[in-house]
Design a protein around this ligand. Structure first.
Ligand code: SF4
Ligand code: SF4
Ligand code: SF4
Length: 249
Protein backbone atom coordinates (compact mmCIF):
# COMPACT_ATOMS: atom_id res chain seq x y z
CA UNK A 1 0.00 0.00 0.00
CA UNK A 2 1.38 3.42 -0.89
CA UNK A 3 2.16 5.83 1.90
CA UNK A 4 0.26 9.14 2.17
CA UNK A 5 2.06 12.10 0.64
CA UNK A 6 2.79 14.87 3.12
CA UNK A 7 3.62 18.48 2.28
CA UNK A 8 4.78 21.20 4.69
CA UNK A 9 3.85 24.85 4.23
CA UNK A 10 4.55 27.97 6.25
CA UNK A 11 2.96 31.34 6.80
CA UNK A 12 3.97 33.93 9.44
CA UNK A 13 6.21 32.09 11.89
CA UNK A 14 9.76 31.78 13.16
CA UNK A 15 9.94 28.35 11.45
CA UNK A 16 10.98 26.82 14.77
CA UNK A 17 8.34 24.11 14.60
CA UNK A 18 9.51 23.00 11.16
CA UNK A 19 13.05 23.05 12.51
CA UNK A 20 11.93 20.67 15.25
CA UNK A 21 10.80 18.26 12.52
CA UNK A 22 14.09 18.70 10.66
CA UNK A 23 15.92 18.01 13.88
CA UNK A 24 14.18 14.69 14.57
CA UNK A 25 16.41 11.99 15.99
CA UNK A 26 17.26 9.45 13.21
CA UNK A 27 15.12 6.82 14.95
CA UNK A 28 12.17 9.22 15.10
CA UNK A 29 12.67 10.12 11.44
CA UNK A 30 12.71 6.46 10.37
CA UNK A 31 9.60 5.88 12.44
CA UNK A 32 7.90 8.74 10.61
CA UNK A 33 9.12 7.80 7.13
CA UNK A 34 7.76 4.29 7.64
CA UNK A 35 4.26 5.73 7.42
CA UNK A 36 4.51 8.84 5.20
CA UNK A 37 6.32 10.20 2.14
CA UNK A 38 7.42 13.83 2.43
CA UNK A 39 6.85 15.42 -0.98
CA UNK A 40 7.31 19.12 -0.16
CA UNK A 41 9.21 20.71 2.71
CA UNK A 42 10.95 23.96 1.81
CA UNK A 43 13.40 23.74 4.72
CA UNK A 44 14.60 20.28 3.74
CA UNK A 45 14.07 19.52 0.04
CA UNK A 46 13.79 21.53 -3.16
CA UNK A 47 10.98 19.43 -4.70
CA UNK A 48 7.48 20.87 -4.95
CA UNK A 49 4.32 18.81 -5.10
CA UNK A 50 1.12 19.46 -7.02
CA UNK A 51 -0.73 16.80 -5.11
CA UNK A 52 -0.54 15.61 -1.53
CA UNK A 53 -2.75 13.87 1.02
CA UNK A 54 -1.75 15.65 4.20
CA UNK A 55 -0.83 19.33 4.49
CA UNK A 56 1.09 20.38 7.59
CA UNK A 57 0.92 24.13 8.06
CA UNK A 58 3.10 26.24 10.29
CA UNK A 59 2.43 29.92 11.03
CA UNK A 60 -0.53 32.25 11.30
CA UNK A 61 -2.33 34.29 8.67
CA UNK A 62 -1.22 37.93 8.81
CA UNK A 63 -1.95 39.18 5.28
CA UNK A 64 -5.08 39.06 3.17
CA UNK A 65 -2.96 37.76 0.29
CA UNK A 66 -2.18 34.64 2.39
CA UNK A 67 -5.79 33.53 2.18
CA UNK A 68 -6.01 32.33 -1.46
CA UNK A 69 -2.78 30.38 -0.98
CA UNK A 70 -4.13 28.76 2.18
CA UNK A 71 -7.43 27.95 0.49
CA UNK A 72 -5.63 26.27 -2.39
CA UNK A 73 -3.71 24.09 0.07
CA UNK A 74 -6.97 23.28 1.89
CA UNK A 75 -8.66 22.30 -1.38
CA UNK A 76 -5.90 19.84 -2.21
CA UNK A 77 -5.39 18.24 1.20
CA UNK A 78 -7.48 15.38 2.54
CA UNK A 79 -6.15 16.17 6.01
CA UNK A 80 -4.87 19.56 7.15
CA UNK A 81 -2.80 19.83 10.32
CA UNK A 82 -1.96 23.12 12.08
CA UNK A 83 1.61 22.85 13.35
CA UNK A 84 2.59 24.75 16.49
CA UNK A 85 1.07 27.64 18.41
CA UNK A 86 1.26 30.16 15.54
CA UNK A 87 -0.94 27.97 13.37
CA UNK A 88 -3.04 26.54 16.18
CA UNK A 89 -3.94 29.69 18.17
CA UNK A 90 -2.29 32.60 16.35
CA UNK A 91 0.76 32.36 18.61
CA UNK A 92 3.06 35.25 19.33
CA UNK A 93 1.93 36.94 16.10
CA UNK A 94 -1.46 37.57 17.69
CA UNK A 95 0.15 40.06 20.08
CA UNK A 96 -0.31 42.61 17.32
CA UNK A 97 -4.07 42.20 17.68
CA UNK A 98 -3.92 44.23 20.89
CA UNK A 99 -3.11 47.24 18.69
CA UNK A 100 -4.86 48.87 15.77
CA UNK A 101 -3.49 48.25 12.29
CA UNK A 102 -2.26 51.84 12.15
CA UNK A 103 -0.36 51.36 15.40
CA UNK A 104 1.46 48.19 14.45
CA UNK A 105 2.21 49.34 10.92
CA UNK A 106 3.69 52.54 12.30
CA UNK A 107 5.69 50.63 14.93
CA UNK A 108 7.25 48.17 12.47
CA UNK A 109 7.63 50.35 9.38
CA UNK A 110 7.85 53.93 10.70
CA UNK A 111 9.19 55.35 7.44
CA UNK A 112 6.69 53.65 5.12
CA UNK A 113 3.79 52.26 7.15
CA UNK A 114 1.43 51.72 4.20
CA UNK A 115 4.00 50.13 1.94
CA UNK A 116 3.93 46.65 3.47
CA UNK A 117 0.87 44.47 3.49
CA UNK A 118 -0.27 43.32 6.91
CA UNK A 119 -3.45 42.59 8.85
CA UNK A 120 -4.39 41.17 12.23
CA UNK A 121 -3.06 37.69 12.98
CA UNK A 122 -5.34 34.70 12.67
CA UNK A 123 -5.02 31.03 13.53
CA UNK A 124 -5.37 28.70 10.53
CA UNK A 125 -8.74 27.48 11.83
CA UNK A 126 -10.10 31.03 11.63
CA UNK A 127 -9.68 30.91 7.85
CA UNK A 128 -10.13 27.28 6.74
CA UNK A 129 -11.22 24.02 8.33
CA UNK A 130 -8.43 22.36 10.33
CA UNK A 131 -8.60 18.61 10.91
CA UNK A 132 -6.00 18.38 13.65
CA UNK A 133 -3.43 20.50 15.42
CA UNK A 134 -0.12 19.92 17.12
CA UNK A 135 0.16 22.41 19.95
CA UNK A 136 3.13 24.15 21.56
CA UNK A 137 5.75 26.79 20.93
CA UNK A 138 7.66 24.93 19.78
CA UNK A 139 6.00 21.55 19.21
CA UNK A 140 7.03 18.38 21.00
CA UNK A 141 8.53 16.01 18.41
CA UNK A 142 7.23 12.82 20.03
CA UNK A 143 3.75 14.30 20.03
CA UNK A 144 4.20 15.35 16.39
CA UNK A 145 5.01 11.77 15.38
CA UNK A 146 2.18 10.36 17.47
CA UNK A 147 -0.42 12.70 15.94
CA UNK A 148 0.74 12.11 12.36
CA UNK A 149 0.81 8.33 12.82
CA UNK A 150 -2.63 8.31 14.44
CA UNK A 151 -4.12 10.34 11.59
CA UNK A 152 -2.49 8.13 8.94
CA UNK A 153 -4.06 5.12 10.67
CA UNK A 154 -7.47 6.84 10.63
CA UNK A 155 -7.48 7.39 14.38
CA UNK A 156 -8.07 10.56 16.42
CA UNK A 157 -4.96 12.70 17.01
CA UNK A 158 -4.71 11.47 20.60
CA UNK A 159 -3.88 14.74 22.34
CA UNK A 160 -4.49 14.97 26.08
CA UNK A 161 -7.49 17.12 26.97
CA UNK A 162 -6.76 17.73 30.64
CA UNK A 163 -4.84 20.58 32.25
CA UNK A 164 -1.09 21.01 32.76
CA UNK A 165 -1.76 20.98 36.53
CA UNK A 166 -2.28 17.20 36.37
CA UNK A 167 1.21 16.62 34.99
CA UNK A 168 2.58 19.21 37.41
CA UNK A 169 1.07 17.40 40.41
CA UNK A 170 2.39 14.07 39.10
CA UNK A 171 5.86 15.65 39.03
CA UNK A 172 5.35 16.65 42.70
CA UNK A 173 6.05 20.34 42.05
CA UNK A 174 5.17 23.00 44.61
CA UNK A 175 2.48 25.11 42.94
CA UNK A 176 3.99 28.41 41.84
CA UNK A 177 0.93 30.31 43.15
CA UNK A 178 2.22 29.34 46.62
CA UNK A 179 5.51 31.02 45.68
CA UNK A 180 3.87 34.29 44.65
CA UNK A 181 3.92 33.55 40.90
CA UNK A 182 1.02 33.06 38.48
CA UNK A 183 0.43 30.18 36.13
CA UNK A 184 -2.06 29.08 33.47
CA UNK A 185 -1.72 25.38 34.25
CA UNK A 186 -5.34 24.98 35.41
CA UNK A 187 -6.77 25.76 31.95
CA UNK A 188 -4.02 24.84 29.46
CA UNK A 189 -3.74 21.53 27.59
CA UNK A 190 -1.28 19.06 29.11
CA UNK A 191 1.17 17.01 27.06
CA UNK A 192 4.40 18.91 27.74
CA UNK A 193 4.94 17.14 31.10
CA UNK A 194 4.43 20.53 32.80
CA UNK A 195 7.76 21.57 31.33
CA UNK A 196 7.81 25.15 32.61
CA UNK A 197 6.59 24.76 36.21
CA UNK A 198 8.84 21.71 36.54
CA UNK A 199 11.87 23.83 35.66
CA UNK A 200 11.45 26.93 37.81
CA UNK A 201 8.97 28.75 35.56
CA UNK A 202 5.21 28.88 35.12
CA UNK A 203 2.85 27.87 32.35
CA UNK A 204 2.20 30.78 29.99
CA UNK A 205 -0.22 28.89 27.81
CA UNK A 206 1.64 27.93 24.63
CA UNK A 207 -0.42 24.76 24.11
CA UNK A 208 -3.76 26.57 24.19
CA UNK A 209 -6.86 25.97 26.27
CA UNK A 210 -8.32 22.56 26.97
CA UNK A 211 -11.75 21.95 25.42
CA UNK A 212 -13.69 22.80 28.55
CA UNK A 213 -11.50 24.95 30.79
CA UNK A 214 -12.74 25.15 34.35
CA UNK A 215 -13.52 28.84 34.52
CA UNK A 216 -14.85 28.57 38.08
CA UNK A 217 -11.52 27.29 39.34
CA UNK A 218 -9.72 30.03 37.42
CA UNK A 219 -12.00 32.58 39.10
CA UNK A 220 -11.36 31.04 42.53
CA UNK A 221 -7.61 31.24 41.95
CA UNK A 222 -7.81 34.89 40.90
CA UNK A 223 -9.76 35.70 44.07
CA UNK A 224 -7.66 33.56 46.40
CA UNK A 225 -4.41 35.16 45.30
CA UNK A 226 -5.74 38.75 45.06
CA UNK A 227 -5.21 38.95 41.31
CA UNK A 228 -7.21 40.89 38.76
CA UNK A 229 -8.23 40.43 35.13
CA UNK A 230 -5.77 43.17 34.16
CA UNK A 231 -2.88 41.55 36.04
CA UNK A 232 -3.57 38.15 34.50
CA UNK A 233 -3.97 39.48 30.96
CA UNK A 234 -0.84 41.57 31.31
CA UNK A 235 1.13 38.49 32.27
CA UNK A 236 -0.46 36.03 29.89
CA UNK A 237 -1.38 37.92 26.76
CA UNK A 238 1.48 36.27 24.89
CA UNK A 239 -0.73 33.31 23.94
CA UNK A 240 -4.15 34.35 25.16
CA UNK A 241 -5.33 37.11 22.88
CA UNK A 242 -8.10 34.85 21.58
CA UNK A 243 -9.10 33.52 24.98
CA UNK A 244 -9.47 36.53 27.20
CA UNK A 245 -12.69 35.12 28.64
CA UNK A 246 -10.77 32.64 30.82
CA UNK A 247 -10.05 35.54 33.16
CA UNK A 248 -13.33 36.87 34.58
CA UNK A 249 -13.36 40.66 34.91
S1 SF4 B 1 4.86 28.12 17.44
FE1 SF4 B 1 6.69 29.10 18.29
S2 SF4 B 1 8.41 27.84 17.56
FE2 SF4 B 1 6.60 27.33 16.29
S3 SF4 B 1 6.74 28.66 14.50
FE3 SF4 B 1 5.46 29.73 16.01
S4 SF4 B 1 6.88 31.04 17.19
FE4 SF4 B 1 8.11 29.53 16.08
S1 SF4 C 1 2.39 25.44 39.17
FE1 SF4 C 1 0.87 25.83 37.57
S2 SF4 C 1 0.63 23.83 36.58
FE2 SF4 C 1 1.59 23.47 38.56
S3 SF4 C 1 -0.10 23.05 39.95
FE3 SF4 C 1 0.35 25.25 40.10
S4 SF4 C 1 -1.07 26.19 38.64
FE4 SF4 C 1 -0.96 24.02 38.13
S1 SF4 D 1 4.07 24.43 30.75
FE1 SF4 D 1 2.67 25.73 29.58
S2 SF4 D 1 3.96 27.23 28.55
FE2 SF4 D 1 5.30 25.57 29.26
S3 SF4 D 1 5.47 24.15 27.51
FE3 SF4 D 1 3.77 23.45 28.78
S4 SF4 D 1 1.93 24.44 27.91
FE4 SF4 D 1 3.71 25.55 27.13
Amino acid sequence: MSKPKVAFFDFASCEGCQLCVLDLHPEQLLDLLNVIDIVEFREAISEKADTFDIAIIEGSITRESDIPRLQKIRDKAKILIALGACAHIGGINALKNFQTKDEYQEAVYPTAPQKYETSHARAISEVVQVDAFIPGCPIDTNEFIKVVKNLVLGKKPGLPDYPVCMECKKNENVCVYELGMQCLGPVIRAGCDARCPSNGGYCFGCRGLITEPNLHSQKDIIQKYNLTYEKMMDKFKLFLERNKEVFPK
